[in-house]
Design a binder for this molecule. Sequence first.
Ligand code: ADP
Ligand code: MG
Length: 569
Amino acid sequence: MAKKQFKAESKRLLDLMIHSIYSNREIFLRELVSNASDAIDKLCYRSLTDEGVGLSRGDFEIRITPDREGRTLTVSDNGVGMDKKSLEENLGTIARSGSLQFKQDIAGQEGADDTDIIGQFGVGFYSAFIVSDKVTVISRAYGEETGYKWQSSGADGYTIAECERSAPGTDVIMHLKPDTEDEQFGEFLEEYRLRQLVKKYSDYIRWPIKMLCHKTRPVEKPEGEEADDQAPAYESYEEDETLNSMVPIWHKPKGEVGEEDYAAFYKEKFGDYQDPLKSIRVSAEGLTASYEALLFIPARTPYNYYSADYEKGLQLYSSGVLIMEKCADLLPEHFRFVQGVVDSQDISLNISREMLQQDRQVRTIAQSLEKKIKRELSKLMEEDREKYEAFFAQFGLQLKYGVVGEYGAHKDLLADLLLFYSSTEGKPVTLKEYVSRMKEGQEHIYYACADSVEKAANLPQTEYVRDKGWEVLYLTDEVDEFVMQVLHEQDGHELKSVSDADTVSEEEKKAAEEETKAHGELLDFLKEALKDKVSDVRISPKLGSHPVSLTSEGGVTLEMEKYFAQMKM
Ligand code: ADP
Ligand code: MG
C-alpha cells in the first residue's frame, strides 16, 4: 500500500514551535544578536588565513536600527554572510545549524579556540517570528559579488532573489506585528527598551553592538553673550553608541579590577544600594566543566529573604549570553544568600536555552562553588573576625537551618562556620574555640537555651555549670537546640544542655536524694498544689543561688517543649 504523508498546517506548526520553545518573547533580540556575533566570529576566523578579508578585529560590529515610521527593526552584521545555498539550507530548514557545523569543521584547527560560536540548535532565527509577521534577510556572503534577499511571512514558505549589498554581511529586517489591545510590539522600536534588552541578554557579546541614539545637550552660547537666568536651551543630536560592555568584569585580569569595581558591578546588577560584604572571584578548570564565577555576599539580608518571594540562584551565562536569570541549582539551600554570576561554555543547553538540561555539569559547578564559598567564609572568619561576625549576624540563622535541614546531611560542612555567644568571652565563639579553652576534668561542651543572653545567663542550671569554672554557650535562636542535637559533638566532646543531669556528680546527686527524703512532706504538699502543672518536685543539686528551677525530663528540654508547643507538634 502506498504510504500517505502526514499533512500539517505548517504556519500553525511554526507558531506552536516558537511559542512552546520560547517562554519569553523578548529573547528574539538575543537570538539575532547571537547569530550576528557567530557570523563575525566566522569571518574573523577566516581572516586569520585569508588576507582578502581586509577587516581587522576593530572593524567588526553588530548594529541595531529601529525604524519607527517603517515599523521595522533591523539587526545587521559585517560577518561572513550567506550565499544563496546557505540561505536556503540554514534559514529554509528548521533545526539546521550552520554554526554547529562550522564549530565541528574547525575543531582542533589553529585559531579555533579563539572563536566563541553560540549557535547550535538551528531554531534561534525563527524567534524573529514571535514579534514579526514578515522577516526580510539581506545577505552577501564573503567572497561573493552579489547579495540575496530572503523573505518569509512564516512557514508559508520563503522567496529568494538577487539583490545589492555593498559589502559582505547580513541584515535581518523584522516587520513588527501590529500592536493589539493585549500585545505591544512597538516597544521593540524604543531606544530605552532595546538598550535594556542588550544589557540584559547580550552585554558580554564580544563584538560591539551599536545603535544610533538620540541625545540632547545644552546649546552653547556664543562667546560674549550675557548669561541670563533663563533655563538653558537644549538641542537634540544623534550619536552612535556601543550598548554592550563586551568584556565581562569576570574575564578581566584580576590585577585590573579593584574592590570598588566589583562593588559597583554588584550594586548595578543585583539592585542593592549597599556594597557587598565580600566578593569572591572563581576561575575553575575541570574535566566535566570549566567555568568562571563572580559571587557576592550581601551586607544585609534582603527584606524578603525569609519569605516565599525570595528566589535563590545565580545568573548563568554561556559564551557571554545570558541563559538564566536565577539558576537555583547552582546554589545549595544553606548558601542561598549568595548572589552572582556563573559563566561556562560547557553546560548543555536545551533548545529553549532557558531550560538547562539537568546535567552533570551544573551539578559539578554547584559542588565546586559550595566548597569555594565555604573556604571563603572560613578565611573571612580567620582574617577579619569583625566582618565575619557582621556576616553571621545577617545570615547565621540560614547556616543553622542548613545544619538541621536534610537530616543533618550538611552538618560537617557547616559546623565550623557557626558562632555561639560565650559566657566567658562575652562574644560569639566557635565550637572549636570553646574546646580549646576547656578545663581539666571538663568532659562536655555546655549550652543554655533561653530567649535572650541575659535569661540564659540567669538560669540556675547555668550558674551551677559556670560555678565549676566552665564556659557556657548561650543559645537564643529557636533552632539552636536542634542544631546542638544534630551536631551532637565537637572533637569528641558531647554537646550538653546545662539542664542535663550529667552535669551533677554522684555525691551531689546522693546528697540531693537524701534531702528529698528528709523533706518528703513539704515536697508532697508542693506536688499536690501544682499537680496539673508539673510531673514531679524534687530537691535539686543545681540550684546555685536560686530558690527554684524548672526543668524537663527525657531528651527534650524546656526550650524545645516551648518550641513544639508553638509549632503544635
Ligand atoms: P543556530 O544559531 O543555533 O545555528 P539559528 O536558527 O539561530 O540557529 O540560525 C541558523 C543558521 O543560520 C546559523 O547556524 C547560521 O548558519 C545561519 N545564520 C543565521 N543568522 C546569520 C547571520 N546573521 N549571518 C550568517 N549566517 C547566519
Ligand atoms: Mg542562533
